[in-house]
Write a protein that binds this ligand. Structure first.
Ligand SMILES: NC(=O)c1ccc[n+]([C@@H]2O[C@H](COP(=O)([O-])OP(=O)(O)OC[C@H]3O[C@@H](n4cnc5c(N)ncnc54)[C@H](O)[C@@H]3O)[C@@H](O)[C@H]2O)c1
Length: 256
C-alpha cells in the first residue's frame, strides 16, 4: 500500500520512468508515483508481475502505469525502451534508476562472465538509461534522476563484492552526472537503502535471524519495507528538493 498521505502536487501529470518497476521496491515506487497522479512507465523483464501491477493499479490511477518489457543488460534495448517511454508518457521529467540484481557470490567463485553480468545489470545500465533519458529530461522544465545505490558497500559485506562495487560506482556516477546535467537543470541524487524486507529478499536471502540482527543495529526497531522508499523518492523527484543535487540519502533506519 502506497503512502497516500504524502502529496507533491507538482508531480501530477509528470512523466516518470522507473526501471525495475515490476516487483519489489520498484513496484512500490510505481504505485507511489501513480498515487500522485503522475504518468508512470516502468521497464522490467518480469512480465507476469509487471502485468499484474498494471492490472491492479490501472483502474484506480489517474493515469494507468505503462509496462515496457526490456532487458536492461542490452544498450539497444535500453534506448528503444526509454524513447518509447518518453513517447507514451508525452515527455519525461523524472528517471528512477531502481533496477538491480543483489545476487550473493563468493569472492573465490566470481568468473569474468559473472563479473560482467553483475556490472551490466547493477551499474552499466544505470549509465546508459541515464544517457538515453537525458535528451528527454532536458525538455522538461526541471528534470530529476534518482539512482538506487545501497548501504551494502559501506558495511564491509563480504558476500557480494561485485554488487557492492557496482553500488559504490553508482554514487560516483551520480556525482559525475549531477555535474554534467546540472547546467541543464537536471538534478541527480542517489538513495542508499538499508535492509528492505521484500518478499524476494525473504525467499532468497533473509532468514528471521538476519532480520532480527539488522533491526538490532538500526535506531528504528522495525523492519524497513519497500513502501519506506516511496517518500524519499517522491521528495527527490519533486520540486520540493529543487536545490538538491549530487547528494546521497541514506534510508536505513539508522544503522549503527
Ligand atoms: N531490498 C533491499 O534490501 C535493498 C537494499 C539496498 C539497495 N537495494 C536496491 O534497491 C533496488 C531495488 O531492490 P529490490 O530489492 O526491489 O530488487 P528486486 O530484485 O526485488 O527487484 C529488481 C527489479 O528489477 C528487475 N530487473 C532485474 N534485472 C533486470 C533486467 N536485466 N532488465 C530489466 N529489469 C530487470 C527485476 O525483474 C525486478 O522487478 C535495487 O537497485 C537494489 O540494489 C535494495
Amino acid at each position: 500500500m502506497a503512502q497516500m498521505t504524502i502529496s507533491y502536487g507538482d508531480l501530477q501529470d509528470k512523466g516518470i520512468l522507473v526501471t525495475g518497476g515490476g516487483s519489489g521496491i520498484g513496484a512500490a515506487l510505481v504505485e507511489g508515483f501513480a498515487a500522485q497522479g503522475a504518468r508512470v512507465a516502468f521497464i522490467d523483464v518480469a512480465q507476469e508481475a509487471s502485468r499484474e501491477l498494471v492490472a491492479r493499479l490501472g483502474p484506480t490511477s489517474r493515469h494507468a502505469p505503462i509496462f515496457l518489457n526490456a532487458d536492461l543488460r542490452h544498450v539497444n534495448a535500453i534506448r528503444t525502451a526509454v524513447d518509447e517511454a518518453a513517447h507514451q508518457l508525452g515527455g519525461l521529467s523524472v528517471l528512477v534508476n531502481n533496477a538491480g540484481w543483489d545476487d550473493r557470490h563468493a569472492f573465490e567463485a566470481v568468473t569474468e562472465e559473472y563479473w560482467d553480468m553483475s556490472q551490466s545489470i547493477n551499474l552499466k545500465q544505470v549509465f546508459f538509461v541515464s544517457q538515453a533519458a537525458a535528451p528527454h529530461l532536458r525538455q522538461a522544465p526541471g528534470g530529476s534522476i534518482v539512482n538506487f545505490s545501497s548501504i551494502a558497500y559501506l558495511l564491509n559485506m563480504s558476500e557480494m563484492p561485485a554488487y557492492t562495487t557496482a553500488k559504490a560506482g553508482i554514487v560516483g556516477l551520480t556525482k559525475s552526472l549531477a555535474g554534467r546535467l546540472g547546467p541543464d537543470n537536471i538534478r541527480v541524487n542517489a538513495i542508499l537503502p538499508g535492509m528492505i524486507v521484500t518478499e524476494r529478499q525473504k525467499q532468497l536471502w533473509l532468514a528471521d535471524a538476519d532480520i532480527v540482527a539488522m533491526i538490532s543495529r538500526q535506531c528504528l526497531k522495525r523492519s524497513l519495507l519497500a513502501q519506506d522508499l516511496i517518500g524519499p523518492s517522491l521528495f527527490l523527484a519533486s520540486s520540493a528538493s529543487a536545490a538538491i543535487t549530487a547528494q546521497t540519502l541514506v534510508v536505513d533506519g539508522g544503522v549503527l
